[in-house]
Design a protein around this ligand. Structure first.
Ligand code: TYD
Length: 224
């Protein structure tokens, strides 16, 4: 049994046998690199992996992603939260849940913890309301494991500076925004230690990958 349901919505959940793994962290924390390494490892373990992301894991989501990341004018914080929630609702319903029902591993770059950290702490909306909104959008689906790549925001920014020619709307936010995001992530992880694996993302990518694989092997038997 995987892709756990929260108690508030468990009654509506379909049976799911796959494994739902999400990667979280600030911009520049190295999520994409770790997702690629983990996908390779899981595939080597004989698992079918659906690698996806939010925002933008569906055709409609690609359009929402364009608005939420690249719209030139203002977007109010609540509208931003709803755009991420709309992307999530459609993605969970059409991609994530079907994959879990097939027994696949869903390896996802960002999920509802991003909304709590960025819209809740970053935009200073009520974190509890944002979590409820996300859970409603996702029909209560929580990941089996969330890997938090924790990195000091100034180090992350320096990494981004070497790889970006332009910043999206969220990346362009100031250092204090990103500091709030980081500390919100750490709070989320300490509130749910069973679900979260916090890794120090300042280390070399292969070291991080080895730690994630070892932990995954301990927490969730990857071969079936
Ligand atoms: P991401 O795809 O990780 O950016 P990139 O591909 O450019 O590295 O995420 C896009 C941005 O969206 C990122 O700054 C975090 C933000 N975000 C939120 O603010 N709330 C959310 O719910 C999600 C999923 C992402």
């Amino acid at each position: 049994m995987s892709g756990s349901q929260t108690s508030e919505t468990a009654a509506t959940g379909a049976p799911e046998d796959g494994l739902f793994i999400t990667l979280e962290g600030g911009d520049g924390s190295g999520k994409s690199t770790q997702a690629a390494l983990l996908e390779e490892w899981l595939t080597g373990q004989g698992r079918t992996v659906v690698r996806t992301r939010e925002p933008g894991g569906t055709d409609a989501g690609v359009e929402i992603r364009e608005i939420v990341l690249h719209h030139r004018g203002d977007i109010s914080p609540r509208a931003e939260a709803l755009l991420y929630a709309a992307d999530r609702a459609h993605h969970v319903e059409t991609v994530v849940r079907p994959a879990l029902a097939r027994g696949d591993v869903v390896l996802q770059d960002r999920y509802l913890d991003s909304s709590v950290a960025y819209q809740g702490a970053g935009r200073v909306l009520d974190a509890d309301e944002i979590r409820k909104l996300s859970l409603w959008a996702a029909q209560g689906l929580l990941p089996d494991l969330t890997i938090l790549l924790d990195l000091d925001e100034t180090v992350a920014r320096a990494r981004l500076d070497t790889s970006r020619t332009r910043y999206d709307r969220l990346e362009a936010e100031k250092a204090d925004f990103h500091a709030r995001v980081r500390s919100a992530y750490l709070q989320l992880a300490s509130a749910e230690p069973q679900r979260f694996l916090v890794v120090d993302a300042a280390r070399p990518a292969d070291e991080i990958a080895t730690e994630i694989q070892a932990e995954l092997g301990r927490r969730i038997a990857p071969t079936r």
